[in-house]
Ligand binder design. Structure first.
Ligand code: G3P
Ligand code: CA
Length: 253
């Protein structure tokens, strides 16, 4: 039943599992990504940062404190130190032993195998050059084609501009935080020079914004949808997909 589905859009509706199916399994782990696959999400989202010794690792916060049994900043820990940590127990004992994945491990396990991967460059201002490192890794893994089902996004729009310049074949997204002023036409025009996706906080989304994003030739997949009501409101506004902790919400539309 899709009474209010995203009709008349050329692209299919994207059900994107936020940090994996993070309502059901510990965020940014294989358990959460496996769950997204099992739930038939179209994509999963993940957050990339960089270890002290230069490895791209998949974790959301600046520190390991909330989602592992360790403490300290990602940037101050080596990959070996990060790999010792338990990234699952905080969510539930059934997930004990989950590890912080590297981006390389995630691409090897899930890249080009059906599910898409939405890669967020997290805090890139702390990790100079990270966009070039992600671009190189995607090229090495042959995941740098328009058809690779990879999207790269960030809140840092300068970094996204540079990423697009380095790797124009991979769709780019701009994340936009909530502000009461919303998103101007001028900002949308600027985004359209390098981005394929505008991914705003769901509070910014209404039918007018969706239309203006589409008029500027981009798609819109807002974050972070957590309830059925939110999913229905987004779909009614005409979005191209949602980034959600609960991929099962989309079948409720
Ligand atoms: O993908 C959008 C969303 O992940 C951005 O916010 O804090 O969950 O990374 P955050
Ligand atoms: Ca994110």
């Amino acid at each position: 039943g899709s009474e209010v589905d995203a009709a008349n859009r050329p692209s299919p509706f994207l059900n994107i599992a936020h940090r994996g199916a993070s309502g059901h399994a510990p965020e940014n782990t294989f358990a959460a990504f496996d769950k997204a696959v099992k739930m038939k999400a179209d994509f999963f989202e993940l957050d990339v940062q960089r270890s002290k010794d230069g490895h791209l690792v998949v974790i959301h916060d600046i520190t390991v404190d909330r989602t592992t049994n360790g403490t300290g900043r990602i940037a101050d820990l080596t990959l070996k130190e990060l790999k010792r940590l338990d990234a699952g127990s905080w969510f539930g004992s059934a997930f004990a032993g989950e590890r912080i994945p590297t981006l390389k491990e995630v691409l090897d396990r899930y890249g080009g195998k059906g599910i898409g991967i939405l890669i967020e460059l997290k805090n890139p201002e702390r990790y100079p050059g990270m966009e070039a490192e992600v671009a190189l890794l995607l090229a090495q893994k042959n995941l740098d084609k328009r058809t690779s089902k990879i999207i790269v996004q960030s809140f840092n729009h300068d970094v996204m501009k540079n990423y697009h310049r380095l790797q124009p074949t991979v769709p780019a997204g701009v994340l936009v935080r909530y502000t009461p002023e919303g998103i101007s036409d001028e900002a949308l025009r600027e985004f359209s020079a390098y981005a394929d996706y505008v991914n705003p906080n769901l509070r910014l989304v209404n039918h007018d914004l969706v239309q203006r994003v589409h008029q500027n030739g981009m798609r819109i997949t807002p974050y972070t949808i957590k309830t059925k009501n939110e999913a229905q409101r987004m779909i009614a506004a005409g979005v191209d997909g949602i980034i959600t902790d609960y991929p099962e919400l989309v079948t409720l539309r």
